[in-house]
Design a binder for this molecule. Structure first.
Ligand code: TYD
Length: 138
């Protein structure tokens, strides 16, 4: 990937024929940080729904689409990339200082996010110009 501070995470899948599949994630193993919080996003009924549109100063996250599909836009302040995600075991590690935007949700899309810390609004950068200033001050 051209974009810094992020990478694809591929979790193991245990197929069990008609009895389904099992996938698991482990902190400090497949997820490169200790997981302190989990949240999920669902009922994305609106075709033009947009989530994200922010970066974090310190928070690390791993985002999975456990049902359906969506597109994630990644921007490190220099390079941009869009990824279409439609597999429950294919996630994206979101490091610090990474502007991310989620769009193109299927109606049945469920996003599961693992985070390295509790929710603190002060960790968010919600203004794109502030984000560029943050990147360039490092
Ligand atoms: P936000 O992270 O802005 O959502 P998204 O990036 O998906 O668009 O979160 C929306 C609101 O939800 C935020 O203003 C406060 C609340 N919130 C919490 O209280 N705790 C949490 O762990 C998260 C992720 C959000």
């Amino acid at each position: 990937m051209n974009v810094k501070n992020c990478h694809i995470i591929t979790l193991p899948v245990f197929p069990d024929g008609d009895d389904g599949k099992l996938t698991f994630a482990e902190g400090l193993r497949t997820i490169p940080f200790e997981i302190k919080r989990v949240y999920y996003i669902y009922d994305l009924e609106k075709p033009d729904a947009i989530r994200g549109k922010h970066a974090h100063k310190k928070l690390e996250q791993a985002i999975f689409c456990v049902n359906g599909s969506y597109t994630i836009g990644l921007d490190d302040g220099h390079n941009k990339e869009e990824l279409f995600i439609d597999k429950p075991n294919k996630g994206v590690y979101l490091g610090t200082g990474l502007w991310h935007t989620m769009t193109n949700f299927s109606k049945d899309c469920v996003l599961l996010v693992m985070a390295s810390d509790y929710y603190y609004e002060s960790d968010y950068i919600r203004d794109y110009d502030q984000f560029l200033k943050f990147i360039n001050s490092k």
